[in-house]
Write a protein of this length. Structure first.
Length: 227
């Protein structure tokens, strides 16, 4: 995804940029992609919504699995700690997501994030970033492609095609509903692509988006009215 800086938008602080790059490199070295070691009973969906230029609302919805019954929904509204720096959006989102996560009375076995995992220019989308900080299995389900190339999957629900970036399959392009645009499923941390794809499909009941992220997106809009 290309980013073009407006003529009136200041360039990123080079010192801050160097710090973020160093932190991202350190985090990348700790990413583990593996078949998850859990008995999946609790799954959480999360999403964030920016409010103006300097505030953010983050939501977690906890569901039972495989029943997908809502058990908890929590949110946190706070100030954004960093300016926008292209390619480092997860550093803006993660602190507030962590605040919202702490409000959950029960902790999930898996977090499904509205966004990307390793299908990111430096393999560190918000799902991977969050998984590393929580040391919890995470996966990303994104509505739009960020990097890589793929062939459009067949039009029927369940069709899959690989998303390749720099010679590696970093996500699956998954059709979750007949004849609707696909979603982009990627592992975040302590997760593998096959398991992430299987779980995303199992959670796609009636809608394009799997229930955890669909509900997180829904409640982000609901709770936004209260801030």
């Amino acid at each position: 995804m290309a980013y073009y800086r407006r003529f009136d938008e200041p360039a990123p602080d080079p010192v801050l940029l160097a710090q973020l790059k160093a932190q991202q490199q350190e985090m990348q070295a700790r990413v583990i992609l593996q078949k998850p070691d859990f008995d999946l009973r609790l799954i959480a969906g999360c999403d964030s919504s920016f409010v103006g230029e300097d505030h953010i609302l983050s939501v977690f919805v906890l569901l039972s699995y495989p029943e997908l019954e809502v058990l908890e929904k929590v949110w946190h509204y706070g100030e954004v700690e960093l300016p926008y720096v292209p390619g480092f959006l997860s550093f803006r989102e993660a602190p507030n997501l962590l605040e919202a996560y702490e409000k959950l009375q029960q902790k999930p076995d898996l977090i499904m994030v509205d966004g990307h995992g390793i299908s990111h220019p430096r393999r560190l989308g918000i799902a991977t970033h969050l998984g590393l900080q929580l040391n919890t299995p995470t996966m990303g389900v994104a509505k739009k492609v960020l990097v890589g190339k793929y062939k459009e999957p067949d039009l029927l629900k369940g069709a899959v095609s690989p998303l390749e970036y720099k010679g590696e399959v970093v996500a699956n392009v998954l059709r979750t509903k007949d004849k609707v645009k696909p979603v982009f499923v990627s592992p975040g941390h302590l997760m593998d692509l096959a398991s992430a794809t299987e779980i995303a499909m199992a959670c796609a009941v009636k809608h394009k988006l799997p229930e955890p992220t669909r509900l997180a997106d829904h409640y982000a809009a609901v709770f936004k009215k209260d801030v």
